[in-house]
Ligand binder design. Structure first.
Ligand code: PEP
Ligand code: MN
Length: 337
């Protein structure tokens, strides 16, 4: 059950209202909006007389029953779009944010080359994996701490905030100075890790699991938000289907469903979503068209020699061409890119 508060509800009254419910054994989520805030009750609300609460509480403007199991991420609980701030840039309403960089950080030259190129083409954030989840234990596992240090160096040089994947909860300290932590597809339901990034208070890019339903993705976002972190960005990165022509099946309808059901920004990963370089640009334009809030795209200075995911990586020239096409389309929609 959620109570949408009046715009002028004084903080002290809101705290009293919350405390009264908690004294009755409910957990609560206070969701702050720019105009309306909302208090969501978690627990068995069958016996609560919704109309009576609305009529007798002056700070409540209306109430609704929330039947979905996800509450904090639910658009019913928080009707306005969440905007995730990263430095002076906002991911969400009115922008189309392109995150770009190599699958893996491979070395100083490689990372700086790519970082300078994607910055010049208009990317807003730099991606780069330092800890890599690989199917084979014999494949390149990432540069680890050294990779994170190189990302910070590339940030200092280009000014681009950095995104990197955290693989387990023992790494939280290492990621303190990383701007956005990524939860990879394979960790989407690592609930202990979700709770830890929920306490990190920094933006989290949460990728959809390889075989996860959208409800499962939303429940994973719920773990992060209910642990105290409202800065969650959802990412559709393709799912397992019977189709073998592409590495994964990029589910673009997921973008629309997630934006209807949640208030969180949604970005698309056309690189892992297809696994094929020539499909990256068309699916990126499609992502913009269906209302995604941005992209995370793999770019390598020499894709043929990449230590991971070369076949789906754009080279800097291809990325620049894509950015030009996206800029033209974003301008039509009056979205900042
Ligand atoms: C990645 O972003 O390089 C990655 C491993 O992604 P995913 O978790 O979506 O496979
Ligand atoms: Mn990759």
């Amino acid at each position: 059950m959620v109570f949408i508060l009046t715009p002028d509800a004084p903080e002290a009254r809101v705290s009293e209202f919350i405390k009264a419910w908690e004294d009755r054994g409910f957990s609560t989520i206070l969701s702050k909006g720019t105009v309306h805030s909302a208090v969501c009750l978690i627990g068995d609300t069958k016996e609560v007389d919704l109309d009576h609460v609305v009529e007798t509480t002056d700070i409540v403007s209306y109430g609704k029953r929330v039947t979905e199991p996800y509450k904090a991420v639910n658009r019913t609980v928080h009707p306005e779009d969440t905007i995730v701030k990263i430095g002076d840039w906002s991911i969400g309403q009115g922008t189309f944010t392109v995150i770009a960089g190599p699958c893996s950080v491979e070395g100083k030259e490689q990372l700086l080359d790519v970082a300078r190129a994607v910055k010049a083409s208009g990317a807003r954030l730099l991606r780069g994996g330092a800890f890599k989840p690989r199917t084979s234990p014999y494949a390149f596992q990432g540069m680890k701490e050294e990779g994170l240090a190189l990302l910070k160096m590339a940030r200092a040089e280009t000014g681009l905030p950095v995104v990197s994947e955290i693989m387990n909860q023992t790494q939280a300290e290492l990621f303190e100075d990383i701007d956005v932590v990524q939860i990879g597809a394979r960790n989407m339901q690592n609930f202990d890790l979700l709770k830890v990034v929920g306490q990190m208070k920094k933006p989290v890019l949460l990728k959809r699991g390889l075989s996860s339903t959208l409800e499962e993705l939303m429940m994973s976002a719920e773990y992060i938000m209910s642990s105290g972190n409202p800065n969650v960005i959802l990412c559709e990165r393709g799912i397992r289907t019977f189709e073998t022509a592409t590495r994964n099946t990029l589910d673009l309808s997921a973008v629309v469903v997630l934006k209807q059901k949640t208030h969180l920004p949604v970005v698309v990963d056309p690189s892992h979503g297809t696994g094929i370089r020539s499909l990256v640009a068309p699916m990126s334009k499609a992502a913009l068209a269906v209302g995604a809030d941005g992209l995370i795209v793999e770019v390598h200075n020499d894709p043929a020699k990449a230590l991971s995911d070369g076949a789906q990586s754009l080279d800097p020239g291809q990325f620049d061409g894509l950015m030009g096409e996206l800029r033209a389309r974003a301008a039509i929609e009056q979205r900042r890119i």
